[in-house]
Write a protein that binds this ligand. Sequence first.
Ligand code: ADP
Ligand code: ZN
Ligand code: MG
Length: 516
Amino acid sequence: MWGDTKGRTMTAQAVEEDLAVVIGLEVHVQLETETKVFCGCSTEPAAEPNTNTCPVCLGLPGALPVLNEAAVEAAVKVAKAIDAEIPAETRFHRKNYYYPDLPKNFQITQYDAPVCRDGSLEVDVEGESREIDIRRAHLEEDPGSLVHVTDGTRPLEARRTSIDRADYTLVDYNRAGTPLMEVVTRPDFRSPSEVRAFLAKLEEVLEYLGVFDSERDGSLRVDANLSVVDGDAVAADGSVPRAVLEEADRTEVKNISSHKGAEKALSYEASRQRNAVQRGREVEQETRHWDEAKGVTVSMRAKEAEKDYRYFREADLPPLRVADWRERLSIPELPDARRERFREEYGLSREAASKLTSRKQVADFYEAVAEQFDPDTAASWVADRLLGELHYRDMAVADVQHRLEEFTRLIELVDAGEITVKNAEERVLRTMLDEGLSPDAVVEREGLGKTDDDAVVDAVESAIAEHPDAVEDYHAGEDGAVNFLVGQVMSVTGGSADPGTVNELLRERLEDDGSS
Ligand code: ADP
Ligand code: ZN
Ligand code: MG
């Protein structure tokens, strides 16, 4: 209450307008490899707990780690994608701490020679582009997962709960040893929405590289550091002097697992710290837990310092020379480049290009469709109609990729005037998705063919075929010839056709003939 801070109201308000938020991230992403990073166990989700395990990932005495080349390759690709430095030699360290999800009591990670240093990623926030510096990105192993449960006779799944309500905790080592890449940014973010945009962009890039699966539970985990500083310390380009950053008291918010969650957690944490500062209180340097269900961050523990981890070299893994891996490994066209190319090559709007390129599979599908139709037609079918219908059904392009031909056949039916756009979208496409039928099968079953219109089209073609002199007159510039042909069509169809439509169809056909 303001009453408690007698006489400080004015200063408090003055301070309020003048506080800037500073955020830096440590993002853990699971790298998609078939096997774990230091053993041959599968990384696929298993039906039973503790089945994808072996002496190495269970941390049994005497078991030795063997580095998975595919995990290092994935990390080098990420390094290339974010334009980072790859050292001549990369090394592994042990980070020592005790926790039940970590059977060895240390985590194999990287310390002084990470596989990736000094990169950056550009993000667009509300039309403005900002470059976020990535200080380092290193490889490490994921710990196991803890399952907190309550006592009772209900099935285990129904007894899962949060750590503070649990009667006991189970541990599953299936995840232990899954390759992780920890991406550490500089404190370059000035708002929670920038963080959200960055995470979305990072996922895009990782998916394009084929090293990440965003659909997998827990594949992205974020620790976010946040402090509030004097707004005057922020330069026009958004930079904050090092001394100010170092002096600022910051909290680390853990347990964030989505873009939206990150934005919410950090908005909460930003106002919590602002309030504290405005009331003249200190912000404690601590680790806080994001409680997604309650929408609050809660204090967990005092922040550990680096020295608490007693880092030392992992003697069981020799240093790895990666100097020439940059040359050896190639990466595909990345989302930004593809977006630009879509705008230039297909003449798409910024919005359409963005929509079509944010997922690689969508972009690939679009390009396949655009090979057969003009780019705008392809864009409106893929970006507007197909994606909308898929989204509604909680499906992804991956689910219909193998039906590309059926999808192009649908567009063809519309193009050929055999079905209306409305029917194509509202009846044929929807039934294709719901029942797995081909477009022709739907058209036939539902009787959607434009039979009356077909008759008109036929009559138009025969009128043209039967009156070459009228066609010649038309091409010679005699517009009245069209009226003659309209009359022919009207009489053949018994007057049921719409003269305006007939006129249009005739002109289209005549122009087609003239240009061939
Ligand atoms: P630590 O020694 O705690 O690991 P680091 O320098 O390694 O600190 O930085 C950890 C994270 O904290 C990085 O993501 C960095 O961007 C972020 N960070 C550093 N200073 C600040 C600050 N003043 N406010 C918010 N985040 C910060
Ligand atoms: Zn194993
Ligand atoms: Mg750190």
